[in-house]
Design a protein around this ligand. Structure first.
Ligand code: EPZ
Length: 420
């Protein structure tokens, strides 16, 4: 198993190109199951989650080819039962449920378990699909869904912590082939949902309102193949912007869409970080010092929970006390104890993390627990004096394409080493 060995204290400088968005490409891959015709997806990041999803589509009978950032999928012949273990391993794969049900009238998909960041139920997904007329039972760890024909309906998808991203995606995809009109209220507004709707419309769907809390889908008889280029990854862009500020560096982000992570940029600006827009290039540079700020994670367009851990590392550099409040997932502070190993002073009180900034960090062996926590630990290693060894970086490879190569090009002293 690989680790990352980092020698900290070197400001990051230079240019980085942002890859395609993991959280857009996964539901888009699921959407290819809605047609028997070939689909071509571009700017697909080379991530283990993408490979997994490709294997899941193959296990369902689809032909999948992935080369040089271009993914070709043809789901001409399908069976409704995917690989139990593969699906169970990757939560995001739950979004094959809607497309399979709509295309085949039946689906048997393993129920995703919880994960370290929270219990992550799928009750809203099932509620939405039941509203379209599906009969759904849980049997032997599987979600078993049947619906000879789906019928459009009004669906309210708001939950205790707001809308659900993949729940919105699942219901929206199923509704494309339902009889009549579906209106999703309290829909997720994330750019990844809009990107999925754009792909579905390119396949012949009739979706309006994506990106707003009310999405309307007029069902059609069938969908056809289509080509699509995935949006850039706003969380990868936010991660590099935070790394630039935390290491006192200056990075030019190429291919990012700043409007997709404006809440992060707003908080960075409040903390004293400077930005320069030069056409499509956004340059991030640290101001004289980092000011303490309070951050609360929210559904889009609020501050994304997927950038919370990385932002916490920056706030350990701030002069003063910052409070980070996690409102989306109930246990997304796994990185705090590892940051404490580097010398950070962070106390947790319920959904709040109280960060006393300004203490120098010093390198140590630390362990990643999930995707975004691992990105935060890498930034902490870049800041800390001496050497940091980040273990279990398979989490990182799930969502960041060649991050160590990209960081090396920015002057980081970082290398992938086998775990001893
Ligand atoms: C997506 O997960 C992302 N994953 C997550 O990114 C991201 O953190 C999350 O949205 C929130 O922005 C992908 O797109 C693959 P949710 P999703 O359903 O759709 C509760 C990363 O780091 N809920 O919007 O699974 C749920 O427990 C990952 O890239 C229900 O209660 O998240 C949570 O508290 C991590 N019932 C809240 O809603 C449901 O049926 C939001 O979850 C569904 C969700």
């Amino acid at each position: 198993m690989d680790c990352l060995l980092i020698k900290g204290g070197y400001p990051l400088h230079g240019d980085v190109t942002i890859s395609g968005a993991k959280n857009a490409v996964l539901p888009i891959m699921a959407a290819t199951l809605l047609t028997g015709e070939p689909c071509v997806i571009r700017r697909v990041p080379n991530l283990s989650d993408v490979t997994f999803m490709g294997q899941i589509l193959s296990s369902l009978g689809a032909r999948v080819k992935f080369e040089g950032g271009v993914l070709e999928v043809c789901a001409a012949r399908l069976n409704g039962v995917g690989d139990y273990d593969l699906i169970r391993k990757m939560r995001g794969s739950i979004c094959i449920l809607g497309p399979l049900l709509a295309r085949l009238g039946k689906a048997r998909v393993s129920l995703p378990g919880g994960c370290v960041i929270g219990s992550r139920p799928v009750d809203l997904h099932l509620k939405g699909l039941r509203s379209l007329g599906a009969k759904i039972t849980i049997d032997g760890g599987y979600v078993v869904a049947k619906a000879p024909a789906l019928t459009g309906a009004d669906v309210f998808l708001g939950g205790r912590s707001g809308p659900t991203v993949l729940g919105t995606a699942n219901v929206m995809m199923a509704a494309t082939l339902a009889e009549g009109v579906t209106v999703i209220e309290s829909a997720a507004c994330e750019p990844e949902v809009t990107d999925l709707a754009n792909f579905l419309n390119a396949m012949g769907a009739r979706i309006t309102g994506a990106g707003s809390p009310t999405i309307t889908i007029v069902g059609v008889d069938e969908l056809h193949g289509a080509e699509h280029e995935v949006i850039p990854d706003r969380i990868e862009a936010a991660t590099f912007a935070i790394a630039a500020a935390a290491t006192r560096g200056e990075i030019a982000l190429h291919g990012a869409r700043p409007e997709h992570f404006s809440a992060v940029l707003d908080k960075l600006r409040e903390a004293g970080v400077k930005f320069e827009r030069n056409g499509p290039v956004l340059t991030v540079k640290r101001g004289r010092s980092i000011k303490a700020v309070d951050v609360t994670t929210q559904p889009y367009a609020g501050f994304p929970t997927d950038a919370q851990a990385q932002m916490m590392v920056l706030l350990t550099r701030a002069s003063g006390i910052s409070i980070v409040t996690e409102r989306i997932f109930e246990s997304r502070f796994m990185h705090v104890s590892e940051l404490a190993r580097l010398g950070a002073d962070i106390a947790i009180e319920g959904p709040n993390a109280i960060i006393k900034g300004g203490r120098p960090l010093s390198g140590a062996p630390i362990m990643a627990s999930d995707l975004r926590a691992s990105a935060a630990l890498v930034i902490a290693g870049l800041v800390a004096r001496g050497q940091t060894l980040v273990k279990r970086i398979y989490h990182l490879d799930r969502g960041y394409e060649n991050i160590d190569e990209k960081l090396k090009k920015l002057g980081a002293r970082i290398e992938r080493v086998p775990e001893t």
